[in-house]
Design a protein around this ligand. Structure first.
Ligand SMILES: Cc1ncc(COP(=O)(O)O)c(C=O)c1O
Length: 703
């Protein structure tokens, strides 16, 4: 192995990076503490020089002044010392590796002066043969604490560097790799006998004392003393084993995992003050009912965010939450600030987002959507869900020359839809949102939109027998709360064809959840038009109306046109979202995560004796508390989950960035909170515990 002064970028296969800093919290300056008269770090480097499979070894330390002495030591030994962030060790590590463009990285830490070069070589061999992305002997420890080795692909490190957001993930470099087994091929290296009871790492003064004793005894006999030599010595001196055994393995990592969830809810001053300002300046506070704080619990729900990444959100007071709620109300199907979608958007921004000419992404996206949905021939765009549905209904009306629409489910705020509530008490009450007031919708639209319920073909038949040849369209979601009864969707299709109405499937919420594309593809039904938005752009505004040529061409017989439907970000984001969704089979992951949540809710509610009702397709899951106190329990649930570092309510929309670990942590918290709610119910202390308002149900005016 070569020890070379760093002189710029060079390519190599395997780099060893030893991370070290002087400012250790438990034993400050430990890496420079003497062992047989030389700094501890030098002793470790001396042993590492016997590793044969590493092409180059470097030290990654911080650029903090406190590490000047460490850098000077490396220089005196002729070893490259890369200097980077003190706290964001993942960033430091990644940048250190990047300088040398390796294929594989061996991670070592500067608290292991008894490291075993033979073990490192064996593990490299095992890692290469097993074609792993990440290999560690610490996941299922069988080696003494202090012989830890991790080996991983540089490409995996780069992914972690781009995507990891938790404090623990940034501070400890590799948790993102071994926690994301859906992304990485993770391997565990185990010894034949379990030696994990031995503690040879140096974190405390007692640890150093033990290591000094070992060196003093073995080094003079053989400077290259082995693990076997240490074990036989400790068999002889069994009393040495006990005095550092009181310390816990991996205490540093455990501490920062605790910090991950302790950051939430320290204060909410800024969030609350912006909410107060919003109430006075923005009627209804927000632009979307589902993001109004009163839908959760007014007074405790943070309402506003400063940043979001992966599955996490930071509020205005820098409280960090794991978002196990509505995933940007279904928009962020791949998670927040997805690096690939963002890269496509940034490239669109750099190329100019808008000009006097159109963007070719419009055409590429149209071709992609028609490829995924072979029954469709043509595509138009809008930017939001509701307006895309309005375009679809306009096309259907233009195509048929008819006015009326039979519909099932929620489809937005536009006049064609709210018309259902004109002159009717609450026709929309059964369709997702109760209490929608049609004030401002022309009264002459009364009777133009006619609701039927999902799986109630009899209700549609009744509408058809009264209005059949006046119907321009039959509009519905393919699936939402319940699966379709056998023959239901086929019957709707047949009725639409029979009466010459356009069959419009609204995929705004259901699309890109269970599969890449519309849910109707899985359900085996072909509409005349399908409409997408939300997940299509992973948070960037885009809506697409796709359909059969004969129907879509009617868009030319009417006027459908808008300036911002021509900008580039929306289609660029959609293309990147679809391609990634397909490449990673996001639908499979969203289904798996959603199913675990639904199963967890049911199991934990039964365990705690809390009656709830669970519904929805797994990626769009929800539950409700049985009984009349539902809105109060919902607010208490929201509040208690916030206290534990989760954005959570009675809906859960899965995102690709939700991991098994997130689900476990969340369900652990749900278990506690369900238990607390039952206790509060029994002791009649719900009102006393509630800090915010009970959750609102349906649409209500804000005072
Ligand atoms: C099925 C369905 N259609 C239409 C809409 C309206 O979309 P947007 O809020 O983007 O206008 C929604 C929104 O929740 C929806 O779920």
């Amino acid at each position: 192995m070569e020890f070379a002064i760093d002189d710029g970028k060079e390519t190599m296969k395997i780099i060893g990076i030893l991370q070290a800093r002087i400012s250790s919290s438990r034993l400050p300056g430990k890496v420079l503490k003497p062992i047989l008269g030389r700094p501890m770090l030098e002793r470790q480097l001396e042993r590492l020089a016997r590793v044969t499979r590493i092409d180059k070894l470097i030290v990654a330390t911080s650029d903090d002044k406190s590490d000047d002495a460490l850098a000077a030591l490396c220089q005196s030994l002729g070893i490259t010392a890369f200097r980077g962030s003190l706290d964001d060790v993942l960033d430091r590590f990644y940048r250190a590796a990047l300088m040398h463009d390796p294929v594989h990285v061996v991670r070592l830490t500067g608290d292991c002066p008894l490291c075993d070069p033979k073990l490192i070589d064996e593990m490299i061999q095992f890692y290469l043969e097993g074609n792993f992305d990440y290999l560690s002997n610490a996941l299922e420890p069988t080696y003494p604490d202090g012989l830890d080795v991790e080996i991983f692909r540089f490409s995996a490190l780069k992914t972690a560097w781009k995507e990891a957001g938790l404090v623990s993930e940034r501070e400890h470099v590799t948790p993102f790799l071994y926690k994301h087994r859906e992304k990485f091929n993770v391997g565990s290296y185990k010894g034949k006998i379990d030696l994990s009871r031995f503690r040879w790492t140096v974190d405390e003064a007692e640890d150093l004392e033990l290591v000094q004793k070992i060196y003093e005894t073995l080094y003079p006999r053989n400077p290259a003393f082995t693990t076997a030599d240490i074990l036989s010595l400790l068999e002889e001196k069994s009393e040495w084993n006990t005095f550092n055994m009181k310390f816990e393995r991996n205490e540093g990592y455990k501490k920062s995992v605790r910090e991950d969830s302790m950051t939430a809810c320290t204060t909410m001053e800024r969030s609350m003050s912006v909410q107060a300002r919003a109430r006075s300046r923005i009627p209804g506070m927000t632009q979307l009912l589902s993001k109004r704080p009163d839908q959760f619990s007014l007074g405790v729900w943070p309402g506003y965010f400063s940043r979001a990444k992966g599955a996490e959100v930071w509020d205005l007071d820098d409280n960090r939450y794991l978002d196990m709620s509505i995933g940007g109300i279904g928009a962020n199907v791949l998670g927040y600030a997805d690096p690939d979608v963002d890269a496509a958007v940034m490239s669109a921004v750099r190329s100019g987002n808008s000009s006097s000419l159109n963007c070719p992404e419009d055409v590429e996206l149209a071709e992609l959507l028609c490829e995924i949905h072979p029954w469709a021939d043509k595509v138009r765009y809008a930017r939001t869900g509701g307006e895309s549905m309005t375009v679809a209904v306009r096309i259907a009306r233009a195509h048929t020359g008819r006015d009326k629409v039979a519909f099932c489910g929620y489809h937005g705020w536009h006049d064609w839809y709210l018309a259902a509530n004109v002159g009717s008490e609450n026709a929309l009450g059964e369709h997702l949102l109760a209490g929608l007031d049609p004030a401002g919708v022309p009264k002459c639209l009364a009777g133009t939109s006619l609701p039927f319920r999902y799986n109630r073909i009899d209700e549609l038949e009744k509408i058809v027998s009264a209005h059949g040849l006046e119907l321009a369209a039959i509009v519905m979601e393919p699936i939402r709360n319940d699966p379709p009864l056998p023959g239901f969707l086929e019957s709707v299709r047949a009725i639409a064809s029979e009466i010459g109405a356009v069959f419009i499937i609204d995929e705004i919420s259901a699309g890109f959840r269970m599969n890449t594309g519309g849910a109707h593809l899985m359900l085996g039904v072909s509409p005349d038009i399908a409409v997408f938005s939300k997940a299509l752009g992973n948070g960037y505004p885009i809506g697409a109306i796709i359909g059969r040529a004969a129907v879509m061409d009617s868009a030319q017989s009417t006027f459908i046109s808008s300036t911002y439907w021509t900008e580039r970000i929306g289609p660029a984001a959609a293309i990147a979202t679809i391609r990634k969704h397909m490449a990673v089979d996001a639908g499979k992951h969203l289904m798996k995560v959603g199913s675990s949540i639904q199963e967890g809710w049911k199991r934990l509610a039964a365990k705690q004796g809390l009656p709830i009702h669970v519904g929805g397709i797994p990626p769009l899951s929800h539950y409700s508390f049985d009984g009349t106190d539902g809105t109060v329990f919902k607010a208490l649930f929201v509040q208690m989950m916030l206290e534990r570092g989760f954005l959570a309510s009675t809906s859960f929309y899965s995102m690709y960035t939700h991991t098994e670990d997130h689900v476990q942590r969340y369900l652990q918290a749900v278990d506690e909170v369900f238990g607390e709610i039952v206790k509060a119910k029994e002791t009649k202390s719900v009102g006393r515990l509630l800090r915010g308002q009970p959750a609102s149900s349906g649409f209500k005016r804000l005072i």
